[in-house]
Write a protein that binds this ligand. Structure first.
Ligand SMILES: Nc1ncnc2c1ncn2[C@@H]1O[C@H](COP(=O)(O)OP(=O)(O)OP(=O)(O)O)[C@@H](O)[C@H]1O
Length: 454
């Protein structure tokens, strides 16, 4: 729960100020500096810096800040047993027990197919992923709750879906290494089914998957659409869900956009709210780079080099990491100091590949075509069927929004449509975005694929 409180700390401060009327100054001086030290048996220990002394603790209690915090935490986490305890840092330090992960835990992570480094501790939280992170923490803290079962994480490649889903698994095992947690890629799941069918061992396959407490399947889009695997998967899904076991899935798109997913099954993926992860902003990229450099023991990377990478690799965290790996290989091989110029030279292939692409009507039409599975020819044709017209309207809307083309010029890119048609199509999309959140989300996913830099 400690991580959950940290993730919601700003919300907690806002509630104290806005709903309980504690003045901004009091919050800033007394509550903000509190440190969530630990949580044991619903007791939340907040520590205060030594400089405030015991009188500081007495002041906090006199102002009833422990009661206020307790009320907010109880409400936020729907748990009436939560108790807030204020103490000085030194008092806790004396009693501090370093968390030591047992052999059982280490064995459990290997049995569960987890990478040891994909933990919450190593995951950098920023604007782009804070919602996904908070949801994953909530699931980790109480797996199997209907609200997030299944937990469906989606987003473009390399943005941290696998890392986050495995973090949940780690957290669960850190707190109870007896839980049966299993992570598999879609490929592995598919291969096991095929093998089980061929060897007539489907019963064993079912036993293996149906006795787990938490099942994580990565890149589910590869599993869907293959009949035998899809059916077997949904049998497993239903069996686990009926027993309140947690299912965690990842995909590159939200359920409603997985074309090959049978409609009968689509709603099941949406029982829990699908959660998306966005590309990290500049500050988050910098923080990720520094964190990865520290993990890799890369000490000689200067600030301008971090800045150079973070400015130029903007979308994919895996590529950010790739840049660091390249630098680390050079520095280890040559025992050399990496200067800024050398770094630029070493990374030139990677960076130019990732350079900002100019968004053109062609790029937009191709992206919409790929995303909605409607051919480019149909989009620029005069065909009026609903799905083709929608693809065309969205493309025109995006051209207006992300290129500097005027209505006439946009019309030309669509086989010579006149400017009033373009105008009314754009309006239709704007209206639909306002009225229909699902539609708005779909357009948003396409925009993410285009990766505009504004
Ligand atoms: N916020 C983050 N903090 C730290 N590392 C991150 C973060 N986001 C991504 N990474 C790192 O980026 C790399 C790629 O992440 P991951 O494999 O989880 O992406 P993915 O979304 O599952 O990609 P794919 O869809 O291709 O499987 C990993 O090494 C992961 O540790």
């Amino acid at each position: 729960m400690k991580d959950l409180i940290l993730a919601r700390w700003n919300d907690i401060l806002n509630i104290l100020e806005n709903e309980h009327g504690i003045s901004h100054i009091m919050i800033h001086t007394w509550i903000e500096p509190l440190n969530v030290y630990s949580v044991e048996d619903n007791k939340v220990y907040f520590t205060l810096d030594e400089k405030y002394g015991q009188r500081g603790i007495e002041f906090l209690k006199k102002k009833l800040f422990d009661i206020y915090l307790e009320t907010v935490l109880r409400e936020l986490f729907q748990n009436d047993s939560i108790q807030v305890i204020f103490t000085l840092q030194s008092v806790m330090k004396e009693e501090e027990k370093q968390p030591t992960y047992t052999e059982d835990y280490n064995e459990a992570i290997s049995k569960s197919n987890l990478r040891p480094d994909y933990t919450f501790e190593n995951f950098i939280v920023g604007e782009s992923n804070k919602h996904a992170h908070a949801t994953c923490l909530a699931v980790a803290d109480s797996p199997g709750q209907d609200k997030f079962n299944p937990l469906f994480l989606y987003g473009e490649s390399g943005l941290g879906k696998t890392h986050l889903m495995q973090s949940i698994a780690h957290y669960i095992l850190q707190h109870n290494s007896n839980m049966k947690v299993l992570y598999v890629s879609s490929n592995q799941f598919t291969n096991e089914i095929i093998e089980a069918i061929a060897k007539k061992t489907t019963e064993e396959f079912r036993n293996k998957y149906r006795k787990v407490d938490v099942l994580l399947i990565d890149d589910i889009q590869y599993l869907i659409g293959k009949d035998a695997t899809q059916n077997e998967f949904f049998d497993t899904f239903n069996a686990l869900h009926d027993e309140g076991k947690q299912i965690i899935l990842s995909s590159d798109k939200p359920p409603k956009e997985i074309k090959t997913l049978d409609v009968r099954y689509r709603s099941r993926f949406e029982w829990g709210v699908p959660i998306d992860i966005h590309a990290p902003d500049y500050e988050t990229r910098m923080a990720i780079l520094k964190n990865k450099a520290e993990i890799k023991g890369l000490k000689n990377i200067s600030e301008p080099i971090f800045e150079y990478i973070a400015k130029n690799i903007t979308y994919n965290v895996r590529e950010l990491e790739g840049a660091l790996n390249k630098l680390s290989i050079y520095s280890e091989l040559g025992h050399i100091k990496i200067t800024e110029d050398l770094a630029k030279n070493i990374l030139k292939d990677l960076i130019s590949k990732d350079e900002k692409v100019t968004i053109t009507p062609d790029l937009i039409i191709n992206t919409v075509s790929e995303h909605l599975n409607i051919s480019v020819n149909d989009i620029i044709s005069t065909k009026r069927s609903q799905d083709i017209a929608t693809a065309r309207q969205i493309s025109m809307y995006l051209c207006r929004k992300y290129t500097d083309k005027g209505l006439k010029s946009i019309g030309d890119s669509f086989g010579g449509k006149d400017h009033s048609t373009v105008h009314s199509n754009i309006q239709k999309v704007e209206e639909k975005i306002d009225k229909d959140p699902e539609f708005a989300e779909m357009v948003d996913v396409i925009i993410k694929k285009l990766n505009p830099q504004k």
